[in-house]
Write a protein that binds this ligand. Structure first.
Ligand SMILES: [Zn+2]
Length: 510
């Protein structure tokens, strides 16, 4: 059932993402422009931005270190805020959870930020908690704090969709996408956002999301780790002063990010979405900036992306307070590469030999790791899916392996039924993998999270998975060359059998 659900969710995600494909009128970059470095910096950035990045750890909220958290985890952090913060309960979600409005500063420029309108998009919420800690401290940044509090009035809605966050899902409790409810406003969360926007008369709005970790930045082998959009306010995609200011600020923030994640910044297609909040808030006169945190290598819990959110949000505050964003060139907005949806896999095995119907074919295999929930959505384990088969030469991956000259051999099931996971751990797993055994029958089934990241597939006594290479499956297999098995792929992870025995044993744990 879980696997069926996972497949369904992936298909659903792909369907959702497909409506965000870049328009076909977008010109493809030439090979020359792909190789070109990012455009020359036209702005001199305030050195404080880099100092804020360097100092982030000082302010990082230590109780939240992973993506999976709920309102109950952050509520005490909001309650403990003291003057100059003003905290009020702005409303309640459909299931009665509190939604907070945190106000800070008394300046003439109102700025509104809302995070986690989609319950499974938590990166910016973590950054907002760090920003609260930043403003609760006194240190060498005091001059900056004074400038921001004198010039700006900041309004934060951290976690607009606490019901979605409870189940780590995009939509709210009645399965409405709040970001398609800006016109009809059927949900209390959507009405609250509209009301706060109107009451604060925000000049600036920050719409804070996470996007798929499989998006690329243009056509380069670079993840879209942060993507921006200054949403259109009409079908013509006109640029008035409100939208133009948002574009200028994005140019500045992109430049700040290039110092940390060069080439890994992208922008969304600006096709007008009449039902979305970003587009409407732009229309209502608030310069609106969408920030989407995507994927980044070696950052599974998005803690580096959190740090970058912290940095660019404070940089944005400084640029608004000082007016420095106005120096940016709007034309540079168009130079930011477009989001390339569906550009990445977690693992690609390239140009391996696959035998089907009695013939050999040269194929690439693209695996993705879906998150399977447990512990009431508070935790997850990786569950791989073979997301694509064929010529994947236009795709990129977090990990790629050149398997030319290798044959794909489905893993075999070990002949002896073992009592439990401990008895499996006592076997010589590297040696068994080299004999072609990837799959082990256990009398006593461990929880899937206990074996999701070990180099062995576990199955019930009597079950004998074929490990057939098929789309949307999760086959265990070996890569064979000169009659020997050199690599194994199990649950979408690649294991080296030639000279990795110690690593394999360490992965087996105990
Ligand atoms: Zn979102």
């Amino acid at each position: 059932m879980k696997r069926v659900l996972t497949v369904f969710c992936l298909l659903f995600l792909l369907a959702c993402e497909s409506r965000e494909q870049p328009s076909s009128s977008t010109p493809s970059p030439t090979p020359e422009s792909q190789a070109a470095p990012p455009p020359q910096a036209p702005l001199s950035l305030n050195p404080l931005y880099r100092q804020l990045y360097e100092a982030h750890e000082t302010y990082q909220e230590p109780s939240i270190r992973r993506q999976r958290f709920k309102l109950a985890d952050i509520e005490p952090l909001i309650h403990r805020l003291q003057a100059p913060f003003e905290v009020k309960q702005a409303g309640k979600s459909i299931e009665g959870r509190n939604i907070y409005l945190v106000k800070l500063g008394g300046g003439p420029k109102p700025v509104l930020l809302w995070s986690q309108m989609h319950g499974d998009e938590p990166t910016a919420t973590m950054a907002l908690l760090d920003i609260f800690n930043f403003f609760s401290t006194s240190d060498g940044f005091d001059e900056l704090r004074r400038l921001l509090l004198d010039e700006l009035t900041l309004y934060f809605i951290p976690m607009l969709n606490p019901d979605g966050a409870e189940k780590f899902k995009r939509r709210n409790a009645i399965d409405i996408d709040l970001n398609r409810d800006a016109l009809r406003q059927q949900c209390p969360e959507a009405r609250l956002l509209k009301k706060v926007r109107d009451e604060t008369r925000a000049q600036w709005g920050f719409n804070l999301h996470d996007q798929s970790r499989y998006y690329g930045a243009g056509y380069e082998p670079a993840t879209a780790s942060i993507s921006f959009l200054a949403p259109a306010f009409n079908l013509n995609k006109d640029i008035n002063e409100v939208r133009g200011n948002a574009m200028k600020l994005i140019v500045l923030l992109n430049q700040a990010l290039q110092e940390h994640i060069p080439n890994k910044v992208a922008r969304y297609d600006d096709e007008f979405e009449p039902r979305a909040f970003g587009d409407n808030i732009q229309k209502w006169g608030t310069s609106t900036i969408l920030i989407e945190s995507g994927g980044l290598s070696n950052d599974p819990e998005k803690q580096e992306l959190r740090r970058l959110n912290f940095t660019i949000l404070l940089a944005a505050f400084e640029a608004i307070a000082s007016g420095s964003y106005a120096q940016a060139n709007i034309q540079d907005y168009e130079k930011i590469p477009m989001n390339n949806n569906n550009a990445f896999h977690d693992l690609i095995i390239r140009e391996a030999q696959l035998r089907k119907n009695g013939q050999w074919f040269t194929v690439d295999l693209g695996f993705r790791h879906n998150q399977a929930d447990y512990n009431s959505y508070a935790s997850y384990y990786p569950k791989a899916i073979l997301a694509d088969i064929g010529d994947l030469s236009t795709f990129h991956a977090y990990e790629s392996f050149d398997a030319s000259g290798y044959r794909i051999v489905p893993g075999r099931t070990y002949g002896t039924v073992l009592p439990n996971l401990s008895s499996l751990r006592r076997l010589d797993i590297p040696a068994l993998l080299r004999q072609g055994y990837t799959t082990f029958q256990l009398q006593q089934q461990p929880k899937p999270q206990e074996w999701a990241e070990i180099p062995a597939e576990i199955t019930k006594a009597g079950s004998n998975p074929a490990n057939e290479i098929r789309l949307n499956g999760n086959p265990s297999f070996l890569l064979q060359k000169d009659g020997a098995f050199h690599y194994a792929v199990i649950n979408g992870f690649l294991y080296n059998l030639k000279n990795g025995d110690e690593a394999l044993r360490a992965k087996m744990g105990g």
